[in-house]
Design a protein around this ligand. Structure first.
Ligand SMILES: C[S@@+](CC[C@H](N)C(=O)[O-])C[C@H]1O[C@@H](n2cnc3c(N)ncnc32)[C@H](O)[C@@H]1O
Length: 222
């Protein structure tokens, strides 16, 4: 039986609605961005030179498309039926790219596929308990493979699962959890699960007063 996430996929069905009514054209897939600020931070080179990659929490799929167009074989996973359906409408014919609708832990538990890179941009890694997730990712990486992810800078002193009402403060309860930890905590977890060359840091915003980006990269041994 598929594993259910603590979070409900339907919360994400309306994420990045784009403009206007009805079906919208596909957005440009001309950038690969890890941070919330345009033109800030690394691009796809942060992943090295993978031949295969799995994105966890791809939503509309722009980064996955960008990478596939560079010749990488990409699987773009998301558990929101609406996000995956829209991405397939836009980019279903794109070479080197497969969209999969699945919950991240469930998929990693059952797949036998392995990848040179697993990445997540403000994606499923932020919204999934890392204790079961990280060892599953390690098992699905090829020797020397890379895990890279980004999410919002944690609020200092407030670590662990952070709950919020995803629906606002009236109407049906839709609880959403995000897992936020310090760079040191991530480094320790990754090393505990066999990762090496761990680089976990908060990248400051262009204006250092603004919210930064937690950005993490680690490799499994050759
Ligand atoms: C904040 S969005 C980020 C999406 C995209 N990477 C971007 O930068 O626009 C998080 C995405 O992760 C997906 N997601 C969250 N938890 C997930 C899980 N456990 N399994 C699969 N997808 C998940 C959501 O459906 C959503 O599309």
């Amino acid at each position: 039986m598929p594993r259910e996430s603590t979070n409900l996929p339907e919360y994400w069905d309306t994420y990045k609605p784009h403009r206007g009514e009805g079906e919208q054209p596909a957005p440009e897939a001309d950038v690969f961005a890890w941070t919330q600020y345009d033109g800030h931070g690394p691009g796809e080179e942060f992943l090295g030179a993978p031949r295969t990659a799995l994105e966890l929490g791809a939503a509309e799929g722009r980064e996955a498309v960008h990478l596939a167009r560079k010749g990488v074989d990409v699987v773009a996973l998301d558990f929101s039926a609406a996000q995956v359906a829209r991405a397939r409408r836009w980019w279903g014919e794109e070479p080197n790219l497969t969209f999969v609708q699945a919950e991240a832990v469930d998929h990693l538990t059952h797949t036998e596929a392995t990848y040179d890179a697993v990445f997540s941009i403000w994606g499923a890694i932020w919204f999934t308990d890392p204790e079961p997730l990280i060892p599953l990712i390690a098992e699905r990486l090829n020797p020397g493979g890379v895990l890279a992810f980004s999410q919002a800078e944690p609020i200092e002193g407030f670590y662990g699962p952070q709950p919020m009402y995803g629906n606002g403060l009236s109407g049906r309860k839709l609880t959403l959890l995000r897992w936020s930890y310090s760079p040191q905590w991530w480094a320790d977890l990754l090393k505990r699960h066999g990762f090496a060359e761990v680089d976990a840091q908060v990248l400051a915003a262009p204006n250092p007063e603004d919210v930064g980006t937690l950005i993490v990269r680690a490799h499994v041994p050759q």
